[in-house]
Structures are given as C-alpha cells and as structure tokens.
Ligand binder design. Structure first.
Ligand code: GLP
Length: 244
C-alpha cells in the first residue's frame, strides 16, 4: 500500500494495532505484539500514545516482544533499544512492566543460547505473535537478520553487517562505538506471526524495498522470505516505492 505521506501510513498502522488490542480486550484476552525500533516505526508509536491519551486505548492486556537488541548493550544506555522503547512508547502508556520483553543485551555470552531459546518459548507460551511490526534495513534485514540468515532461523546472536553499522554510526557518534553484534528474533520467529506489517519511508529504502518485494526469495535479502507470508502488508511512501 502506497501513501502520499508516511504520517498517514503510520496512523493507519496504529489504528489497526489499536483495533486489535481492543478486540482482544473485549474477548478478555492478551494481545501479543512484536515491536520494532529504528526511525521508521516512530510515527506508529506516536499515534498509539495519542490514542492512549485521547481515546482511552489501554495497554493493560498488551504483551510485547521486541525484535532485537545490540550486544553488548546496557538497558540504561541511550542507544539501547530498551531506552528507545521506553522513550517512544512504554513510559507514555499503561502497559504492565512485566509484559515487556526485549532481548537482554547484557546476558553472559555463555548464556546467550539459552536466553534466546527462552525468548522463543515465551513467545510460543503466549500463543505466538498476533501482530509483528517491521522496518527494513538497507542490507535487507528485518530485525537484525542480516544477509545470510536463513528462513528457518530463530532468536540468536548475530554479527552486524558493515552497512548496518555505517547507518547506525551517527546515533553512536561514530562507527567505532557501534556494537558489532546483536541478538535478534529469527526469520522463522517473525514468519510465525499471525499478521506482519512492514513499513519503509524515503528514497534511501527504495532499492532494498524493490529487491525484497519483487526479487527472488533468498537469504541474500532476508526480508524476501516474507513474500509468501499469508497476512503481510508492506506500507510505503511515494519515495520508498519509486523503484517498484
Ligand atoms: C535497525 C533495526 C531494524 C530497523 C532498521 C532500519 O537496524 N534493528 O529493526 O528496521 O534499523 O532503521 P530505520 O527505520 O531507522 O531506517
């Protein structure tokens, strides 16, 4: 779906999420959301906060699982995805802190594997993700599934691609400060979500959007593995769709 303005697209995504949260609350059920970081979903979070403040949208029944976290990374670090989520969404709404899940960027290396398996199990124990929000990186990553990630991959520690670190450098005041690794949900973790919405804005994303949407399904472009998801929508602005 192409929108003239990314703001309108973000509002549409937020309203879909809000409807889902309310529908699940009406059924007296939890709503399990897979959330993303980066600049692309910020407008979605802004609208969700507005709906909470102005239209009584409650997050009491919401459980969240974030896609990824840098490794190593302390929660309190301003570059952490923990911090990002607090600032952009969680501190503004009535979500129960115990319902928030983000991979632990400070887990001991020896415990990373079991931490990742536990993350998978927690998602499964909640009945899977009802909705997964995604951005896309210029390498074709979703979460931090860099080129080489296969379609069966699960939550794990990965090495960041050079281009991903270049793109992250301004936020870290230089390339040397960007972590070389991250913990990310896998492609399979994401593909199991009942609904997937990917958002991309601006001309810098046009080329990778074209490859991911119209190219072959390949681990060279991990986002391409979403092509056969049966409930996926890609929302773009005019610039991001210019190569389609
Ligand atoms: C990071 C995140 C991804 C995100 C990507 C794109 O690498 N791990 O989940 O999609 O950035 O970021 P942006 O939305 O800022 O372009």
């Amino acid at each position: 779906e192409v929108f003239s303005e990314s703001d309108n697209a973000s509002i549409a995504v937020a309203r879909e999420i809000a409807d889902l949260i309310r529908a699940r609350a009406y059924q007296k059920k939890q709503c399990v959301l897979g959330l993303a970081t980066g600049s692309s979903p910020i407008g979605v979070y802004k609208e969700l906060v507005r709906l909470h403040e102005k239209e009584n949208l409650s997050f009491r029944n919401v459980v969240t699982f974030n896609l990824d976290e840098y490794y190593p990374m302390e929660r309190s670090d301003i570059q952490s995805y923990w911090h990002f989520m607090q600032e952009n969404l969680f501190k503004h709404v009535d979500i129960t802190p115990e319902n928030i899940h983000i991979p632990d960027g400070m887990i001991e290396l020896a415990d990373v594997y079991s931490h990742c398996m536990q993350y998978e199990k927690m998602i499964d124990d909640h009945g899977g993700l009802d909705f997964q929000l995604l951005g896309i990186g210029r390498t074709g990553h979703v979460g931090f599934n860099e080129p080489g990630s296969n379609s069966r991959s699960l939550t794990r520690l990965i090495t960041l691609d050079h281009l991903t670190r270049v793109d992250a450098a301004p936020a870290f005041q230089g390339m040397n400060n960007v972590p070389t690794r991250a913990i990310t949900m896998g492609i399979n973790t994401i593909r199991k979500a009942k609904r997937v919405v990917l958002v991309a804005w601006g001309h810098k994303k046009a080329e990778i959007v074209q490859t991911a949407v119209e190219g072959e399904r390949t681990s060279v472009v991990p986002a391409s593995f979403l092509q056969d998801h049966d409930n996926l929508t890609v929302l773009l602005d005019q610039e991001a769709c210019s190569e389609l």
